[in-house]
Every structure is written in structure tokens, then in C-alpha cells.
Design a protein around this ligand. Structure first.
Ligand SMILES: C[S@@+](CC[C@H](N)C(=O)[O-])C[C@H]1O[C@@H](n2cnc3c(N)ncnc32)[C@H](O)[C@@H]1O
Length: 746
């Protein structure tokens, strides 16, 4: 799992600039060499002291030999060979067994491990405290993660009391300062050298040294040649175009506008990375050209493998110790979490170890810890996880609640709900009830009054393209209308299911694994308008991640949108994610037609509001100004940003559908009307069929009745006949008897 060794530590990034991109490329080019060099290096291994958990550095081979009695061959994934490797080829680098998807796995039942509960729980709750304190890790030098120089960074400290490697690695002592600075100098020199080489190389390829690069001529000649695109040249053109866009005045061709360059860049991005023009543009618009490039690049590499310690069964130190004993190379995921472990290398499949089967951990992307940390569920609360399968977040919630109170883990998909049940059993969550309902209509009708609700909404998945590259081509205009529509309905139901008077909570966390504004800030903006009884509050996730957007493409959002958090693969080296925390401070508004007032009982009001809003969107909103807990007027409308109306949505969806058909070369009228005619025909057919069936049923009934009657008549006849025969027989007998008696007398 050499690739794991190359993985960047998860944490805030260094600022992006052009040189960063060059470095990025160099790093890739150098990966091959580095990987080789590294395989020869000493590897991290550990031995665990009986009393104290200590991780000691042992040469890899030696450690393996010690544990297995022979030298194990440690798989080293080949680093990407060249910077110009086609992304599709890069992806063919299949994940190893160790990357098994926890979604699929239904675990065995509870294990028999006994752990020190207090210790585990303290560990976990320290974590939350740390989060709300806002103490976040700063970006750590990649080298500090990848290199395990035994002398400079004694591994004893890895899982020592504070459970954090980074502290130990960052600590300078008189003894190691010289070694450390020499190492840094060497690394910088090597990097500079490589950057220079790279520049020379790319200048040679395009003959642009010192000139205004003519990327258009380059593209044209490539098109004229009629050959398959040269990906190496295309990549160079992409970086050149980005460079030109950064200084159009001095680098741009006369007569060419910014739009011309952006169009060319988007075209190249579509070809190079394999996106549809629609999605490429949508994602490109989120960033500066240079950052967009970094984002598209990051989508081509897998994120680090992370496991979450299940504190209901063990603690992170014990788990790390057990896995290290199996030859797994790992380290804490970062200061921001005390339950996450980043796995660099594993000779055993992580989804099949005895610890896994005993429910000591779950394979879970680091970013998906964040919504649960923001939710901060407390022991003895009533919590709802609206879209819970396969249960990564539900099981974490349950652990934070220390298996007390009650967690409703709901999912609309039955097969996925089965996987959820499996994980809940394996991880030993005893405070959890699984339900299988459409949350849009089920909550709060079926259940309400929760202290906290998590809505980890179904989304387009633009944050997890590295895991599911099909998103690049499968998500269209229609999806970006229909999915946000569903997200809004779900979020309204989530809000209405919360008890605003909860003594401990009253919070809703909304999250998606998508980076688009339509699914994130725009959804939140919509519900702020529809539910003036909620406000955005701090997620408690500190500085990790970036602020939510307060404006986008000329639209303004609520200024508090800044408090929501965004995470990106190229910035934090985690899956793309969005987290928003809301506080409900009053009952949900009610429909005026009912004459019900907001004071007539919150649960009743919420229930009504949800059913009205979630189903038909016809509800009238009580616009009575609301003040927040501090007596301040709420900012509700989010400036110039227009409302999202359901009717408008329907129209947009129809328009998108018409465009889709036109693009396919079909006549929308013909196609869209056809189903209506066919629908009528079908309806008629169905009616006829039903009628026929009814007639047939009647016939059968009649027949059955006739048969019954006939049977009864036959029976009656037979009985009568029998009676007559019996009577005749007795008469004959009597006659005979009397005859006999007469003859005796004579
Ligand atoms: C992003 S996934 C949830 C992942 C989950 N929170 C976890 O951490 O494992 C979204 C889930 O929403 C479910 N879903 C989709 N529509 C739903 C609805 N109307 N009501 C409830 N669940 C829904 C899907 O079946 C899917 O499992």
C-alpha cells in the first residue's frame, strides 16, 4: 500500500498559487522515484509495551519477520509514473482490499471485548470539547507525515498520552534541530531543482519560452491533425491557459478575450478529465481557474483510508495497538478528531480483521465525522438521523450518546436500511431504532419533538468524484433541480421534527457530500425564508474547512452563511463536504387557513406545518417578525437572493427536460405529448381490464353459487330418498313380523 504512504495528511492546506501547481506536478513526477526510495527506507513498526502503550520504530522487514516468523512482502502501490498519465488510466489503479466499502458490510454481532468505558468515553468527549474550543490543527508538512526518521521522531510518542503524532514531530530539541533543518534544506533544494526542470521541459514542448503562448493555434493544429488528443500536450495547454488567465494583459493573444480562453480551458478539461461540459462548467465556476484545476486534479486521486474507532467497544489507543500488531501502518487522522486513524499500509484487508468483525472500528471517510461532530449529540437525548444508511454517522451519534437516550436511524431505501442494521449490530449500538420511511412525509407525522436532527441528505455526489467517477457524466441539469428540491423538502421536515423548547438541544445539522451551491447554501437560504424560526449557528468545527458562500453568481445569501463550512479534496485532502448547523428557537409557522396559531402547541403546529410544506408546498408563511434568543430581529430574506418556489421548480424541470430532448435530436412536443396519449390509452386499457376482471369474478361467483345450490339440492334429495327407503324397510320388517306372529298363533 505504497500509495497510502504518499497520502497527504488531512488538514488545512497551504495557499494555492501557480508555483503550487508546478510543485504538484513535480511531486507526481517524482512519486515513482520516491516510492522506490521509500520502499528501501526503514518503515514504521511498533512494539507495544505491556503496561504502557508505546510505539517503537522497528525496521519494517524485521517487524514483519517478528510477527509472522518470516519476511512478509509489503505491497507497495506504484506511484503515478508520469504527470501526463491520463486520468482514466490513473483511476484504473484499483483500490486494494483494504479499501473495502463499509456500506456493503453487515457485521457480525456484538463482540465480547471488555473495555474501560470511562476511558473510552472521556477520550471521545475530549474530542468534542476540543472541537467547540475551536482548536484545530494547522497544515502539517507532508514530509513530517511520510518520513519516519526514527532518530528525529521517536515513535514512542505516537500514541502517548496526548495521542497526537504531530506534536511530537513538530517539537524541536537541541538534539534534533540540526538534522531537521538539514533535511528541510535538502528537500527545498530538490524541489526547486525539479520545478526548474519542469518549466524548461514544458517550454520545450510548446516553444513558448518567454513568449505569449498561442494556445489556440496549438488546439487548432491538434484538431486539424484529426488524431486522438495528445494528453500530455493537452495538460500543458491547460496549465498554460490557466497561466494566461492569471495575467491576460501581458500573456493573452491580441483579439482573444477572457471568455475565449475560458471556453478553450473548459473544453480541454472535459476531454482531459472526462466531464460533461455541463458539470465541468458548474464546478469550474466555484473557483478561480487555478483552484479549479487543483480541484479537478484532486478528484483523480483517492482520499486517504480512514477508520473511526468505535468508542462503544474500545478506545483509539487499544485499537491502534491491535492493528499495529497485525502489521497495519497508521497514525491519528489529525488533531481535529480523537477517534480517527489514517491507514497508510495494511497487509490484511481492513474489512475482515477480527477487530473489524468485533465492531471496534468502521471504515469511514474523515469528512463524514464532521456533521456528527457539529451535531454534538448528548447522552439521554432523543435524536433523529433522517437519512442514515449505511450508518457511519448513526453509529457515531450512538457512541457520542454513550448508548443512552434514543436514536431513530431512518432511511427510505430498504436494502440500504438492511446494511444500516448490520452496522448497528456490529458496532453494538443499543439505543438505536431503525425505521424505513420516506422522511419527507414521515417526520414529524410519525415522530417529532427531537432534541437534535441530522439530515445527511441524498445529493449529486460532486464531493466524492474520486470515489465515484460516474458522477462526471451521469449528473445533468435535471438532477441539479430535482435533487435540491428533495433536499429542501427533507430539511423542512427535519426542522419541523425538532423540539425548539428542548432543554439540551433544538439543533439541526444539514450536510451533503456535494460542493455545488444549489445543494448547499441555496437550500439553506430557502429554508431560512420558509422557516423564520431557525437561524444559522456556528458548527463548532473551528477553522478546519472554509466558510460557506455569502454570494454566488450575483446572488446574495444570508450573511450568517459564513458560519456554514465547506470542505474540498484539494484544500483539506478530504471528500468534498458541506455542513450547516441550525438552531430552532420557535415553533414552525402554521397555515393560516386552519386558524391555528403558533402558540397552540408546538408539536401540533410543527406537525401541521410539515405536512403542508413537505407535501404540496402550498403553505402560507406566518410573516410575523421573529426575534432570536437575544431579542434581535432575524435577518430572513437573504438580500436579493430570490425565493425557490415549487411552481418555479416544476417549470424549470420541464424546461430542462425539453432541452435534454432537443439535445438528443428529439422533438420535445412529440415525446412529451406521447406519454399523455399513451397514458390515456393505458388508463382505458386498465379500466377495460378491470371491468372484464370484475365481470369474470361475478361469473365465477354466480357459477359457484349455482354449484353450491345444486349440491345442496342433491344432498337434500339423497337424504329424502334415504329416509323413504329406511321407512319402507321398517314397514316391510313390521309386516313380516306381524305375519310371523299370526302364523305362530294359528
Ligand atoms: C448520503 S446518504 C446517507 C449516508 C449516511 N448518513 C451515513 O453516514 O452512512 C443519503 C441517504 O438518503 C437516503 N434517502 C434518499 N431519499 C430519502 C428520503 N426521502 N427519506 C429518507 N432517506 C432518504 C438514501 O437511501 C441514502 O441512504
Amino acid at each position: 500500500m505504497g500509495r497510502g504512504r504518499r497520502m497527504k495528511k488531512q488538514g488545512p492546506p497551504a495557499p494555492l498559487d501557480e508555483s503550487k501547481i508546478t510543485i504538484y506536478k513535480n511531486r507526481k513526477a517524482a512519486d515513482g522515484d520516491n516510492a522506490k526510495a521509500e520502499s528501501g527506507k526503514k518503515r514504521r513498526r511498533a512494539e507495544v509495551d505491556e503496561d504502557e502503550i508505546e510505539v517503537k520504530a522497528v525496521p519494517k522487514k524485521k517487524a514483519n519477520k517478528a510477527s509472522n516468523g518470516k519476511v512478509e512482502k509489503v505491497a507497495v502501490t506504484k506511484a503515478k509514473a508520469k504527470t501526463n498519465t491520463k486520468p482514466a488510466e490513473k483511476k484504473s489503479e484499483k483500490k486494494k482490499q483494504v479499501f473495502q466499502d463499509s456500506d456493503e458490510e453487515e457485521g457480525s454481532d456484538e463482540g465480547t471485548w471488555e473495555t474501560d468505558d470511562d476511558e473510552m468515553l472521556d477520550d471521545e468527549f475530549d474530542d468534542l470539547e476540543g472541537v467547540s474550543d475551536g482548536s484545530m490543527d494547522s497544515q502539517e508538512d507532508e514530509d513530517s507525515v511520510l518520513d519516519s526518521d526514527d532518530e528525529d521522531h521517536p515513535r514512542e510518542t505516537l500514541f502517548s498520552e496526548d495521542e497526537d503524532l504531530s506534536d511530537a514531530e513538530e517539537k524541536l530539541t537541541a538534539a534534533n534541530i540540526e538534522g531537521l533543518s538539514r533535511k528541510l534544506d535538502e528537500a527545498r533544494e530538490a524541489e526547486e531543482e525539479e520545478a526548474e526542470m519542469e518549466l524548461k521541459e514544458s517550454a520545450m514542448q510548446t516553444n513558448i519560452a518567454g513568449d505569449r503562448p498561442d494556445v489556440f493555434a496549438d488546439a487548432e493544429s491538434a484538431a486539424q491533425a484529426g488524431l486522438a488528443p495528445d494528453l500530455q500536450l493537452m495538460r500543458t495547454r491547460i496549465t498554460d491557459t490557466i497561466r494566461i488567465l492569471g495575467d491576460l494583459k501581458s500573456l493573452g493573444q491580441p483579439g482573444k478575450s477572457r471568455t475565449d480562453y475560458v471556453d478553450l480551458l473548459l473544453k480541454d478539461i472535459c476531454t482531459y478529465y472526462g466531464y460533461t461540459p455541463f458539470l465541468a462548467e458548474k464546478l469550474f465556476n466555484l473557483f478561480t481557474p487555478m483552484e479549479a484545476f487543483a480541484f479537478f486534479e484532486a478528484n483523480e486521486t483517492p482520499r486517504p483510508v480512514v477508520i473511526r474507532t468505535n468508542t462503544l467497544r474500545t478506545n483509539r489507543r487499544s485499537l491502534a495497538q491491535a492493528l499495529i500488531n497485525r502489521g497495519v501502518v497508521l497514525e491519528p487522522v489529525g488533531k481535529w478528531s480523537k477517534v480517527g486513524l489514517q491507514v497508510f499500509e495494511s497487509p490484511v484487508p481492513l474489512g475482515a480483521t477480527p477487530e473489524y468483525l468485533a465492531g471496534h472500528y468502521i471504515l469511514q471517510a474523515a469528512s463524514s465525522f464532521l456533521p456528527v461532530m457539529a451535531l454534538a449529540p448528548q447522552p439521554n437525548e432523543r435524536v433523529l438521523d433522517m437519512a442514515a444508511a449505511p450508518g457511519g454517522k448513526s453509529t457515531y451519534i450512538s457512541a457520542l450518546m454513550r448508548n443512552t437516550g434514543c436514536l431513530i436511524a431512518n432511511d427510505a431505501s430498504k436494502p440500504r436500511a438492511k446494511g444500516l442494521i448490520g452496522n448497528i449490530h456490529r458496532l453494538g449500538c443499543k439505543n438505536t431504532i431503525v425505521t424505513n420511511m420516506d422522511a419527507r412525509t414521515a417526520f414529524p407525522k410519525a415522530m417529532g419533538g427531537f432534541d437534535r436532527v441530522l439530515l445527511d441528505a441524498p445529493c449529486t455526489g460532486t464531493g466524492v468524484i474520486s470515489k465515484d467517477p460516474s458522477v462526471k457524466t451521469s449528473k445533468n441539469e435535471r438532477d441539479f433541480l430535482a435533487i435540491p428540491h428533495m433536499q429542501r423538502q427533507l430539511l423542512l421536515a427535519a426542522i419541523d421534527s425538532v423540539d425548539h423548547a428542548s432543554k439540551t438541544g433544538g439543533y439541526i445539522v444539514y450536510s451533503t457530500c456535494s460542493v455545488t451551491v444549489e445543494e448547499n447554501e441555496a437550500v439553506v437560504q430557502y429554508i431560512l425564508r420558509k422557516r423564520p424560526n431557525v437561524k444559522i449557528v456556528d458548527t463548532g468545527l473551528g477553522d478546519f474547512g472554509s466558510e460557506g458562500m455569502t454570494s454566488y453568481m450575483g446572488k446574495q445569501f444570508d450573511p450568517k452563511m459564513k458560519m456554514t463550512r465547506r470542505y474540498f479534496p484539494h484544500r483539506e485532502n478530504v471528500d468534498g463536504f458541506y455542513v450547516c448547523k441550525l438552531k430552532k428557537f420557535g415553533p414552525s409557522p402554521v397555515a393560516k387557513s386552519t386558524g391555528e396559531t403558533a402558540t397552540s402547541g408546538e408539536k401540533k403546529a410543527d406537525k401541521h406545518a410539515a405536512s403542508a410544506d413537505s407535501t404540496d408546498g402550498e403553505m402560507e408563511i406566518d410573516k410575523t417578525p421573529l426575534v432570536d434568543e437575544d431579542g434581535e430581529m432575524m435577518e430572513l430574506e437573504g438580500g436579493a437572493f430570490g425565493p425557490f418556489e415549487d411552481d418555479e421548480d416544476a417549470e424549470r424541470i420541464e424546461r430542462a427536460e425539453r432541452n435534454r430532448l432537443r439535445r438528443k435530436g428529439l422533438n420535445p412536443k412529440g415525446v412529451l405529448n406521447k406519454p399523455k396519449k399513451e397514458e390515456k390509452k393505458e388508463e382505458k386499457k386498465a379500466e377495460d381490464k378491470k371491468e372484464k376482471e370484475e365481470q369474470r369474478e361475478k361469473k365465477v361467483e354466480k357459477k359457484e353459487k349455482a354449484e353450491k345450490k345444486e349440491k345442496a339440492e342433491k344432498k337434500e334429495k339423497a337424504e329424502k330418498k334415504e329416509k323413504v327407503e329406511k321407512k319402507e324397510k321398517t314397514e316391510v320388517k313390521e309386516v313380516k313380523k306381524s305375519k310371523k306372529a299370526g302364523s305362530k298363533k294359528q
